[in-house]
Every structure is written in structure tokens, then in C-alpha cells.
Design a protein around this ligand. Structure first.
Ligand code: CUA
Length: 183
């Protein structure tokens, strides 16, 4: 029979599928189900989940906690930005806003802190350079991460979410002092 674009070729779909085709279709279906089950499983058991709390917060309320945190533990100022050295175990507040991270944190190696991240205005991205630590910093949400600095050093917080004309200037600082050492 002559076939063209308007006259379809003779079809054979009503003939039973070959055994090997059925086997492969079964294997593919089972594998789909395995991957489907992995999504919720990985959500609960995967190693990528951050520790700590996540909660809604009014940016004004967050800013009030931030102000109190700075007032309680400020030890100095650098280029107009407060330098804050909280004690071990403290609730630590970091505020992202166009286009800076405040305050400058001074933490102790080996001590655990709850590091709160939130934004005053728009989405920012917390990237702790040079480590592969990345978090979305969203206005209205408080990310309370339980962190323990393992290495002393002078680290940078780089904003990795485009947030306007000053995005590339949005660099913060975390200082980690050696355990038992003087800041
Ligand atoms: Cu903040 Cu880019």
C-alpha cells in the first residue's frame, strides 16, 4: 500500500508484544517506582538536610533579635560594621540586606552555635567561602543552623543569589579563633 503523510502505514500495534519487550517494560516500571520512593526517603534520611530549625519570622522581629544580639556581644567595629563575639552555645544572628552581611562574626573553633540566617529585603544567597556551604536567605524565614567551626581562619560570606546592582559587593566576614586562644 502506498503511504504518504495523509495515508498512514499499516499498523501492527494490536499484535502481542514480544516477551523481551514485556520484560524490559517491567524492569523500567520497577525502576521508576524505586526512584519515586527515593524522593520521600531521601527527604527524611538523606545527608543533605540542614540541622536546626526553620521558622517563619517577621523581618522586623528578626531585626530586633539581631539588634539585641549585637548589643549583647559587640566587641568592636570594622569599617562601620559591628564585630560581634558571642559565647559558645549562643544564638547567633546574621542579617542579609542590600548589599551587606552584618555583623562580622567572631566565633571559636570547636564551639557549637545556632546560626540564624534571614534577610531584611530580598532573597540573598549565603555561601561560606572557601567551603561548599550554601543556603538561601529569604525575608520572612529564619534558618537556624547548628554549626561548629572546625578550623580557625578568616572566612568570607559571598552572596550567590543575584540581588541588584550591588550584588557583587555583598561580601561578609566570619573570623574563627583557635580553641582557647584569645580573639
Ligand atoms: Cu545579596 Cu546578591
Amino acid at each position: 500500500m502506498h503511504t504518504t503523510g495523509v495515508t498512514s502505514p499499516e499498523r501492527i500495534w494490536w499484535k502481542p508484544a514480544h516477551k523481551s519487550e514485556k520484560i524490559w517494560a517491567t524492569i523500567a516500571f520497577i525502576w521508576c517506582m524505586v526512584l519515586f520512593a527515593m524522593m520521600p526517603l531521601w527527604h527524611f534520611r538523606g545527608g543533605q538536610n540542614p540541622s536546626g530549625i526553620r521558622a517563619r519570622v517577621d523581618p522586623v522581629a528578626y531585626r530586633a533579635r539581631y539588634d539585641q544580639f549585637v548589643a549583647d556581644y559587640q566587641v568592636g567595629t570594622e569599617n562601620g560594621i559591628p564585630v560581634v563575639a558571642p559565647p559558645a552555645g549562643a544564638e547567633v544572628y546574621l542579617l542579609g540586606q542590600m548589599w551587606q552581611w552584618t555583623p562580622i562574626l567572631q566565633l571559636q573553633q570547636g564551639s557549637e552555635y545556632t546560626l540564624h540566617l534571614s534577610s531584611w529585603d530580598v532573597n540573598h544567597g549565603f555561601n561560606l567561602y572557601p567551603f561548599n556551604v550554601n543556603f538561601q536567605v529569604v525575608p520572612g524565614y529564619d534558618y537556624g543552623l547548628r554549626v561548629t567551626p572546625t578550623e580557625a581562619g578568616d572566612y568570607r560570606i559571598v552572596c550567590n543569589e543575584f540581588c541588584g546592582v550591588g550584588h557583587h559587593l555583598m561580601v561578609g566576614k566570619i573570623l574563627v579563633t583557635e580553641a582557647g586562644g584569645q580573639p
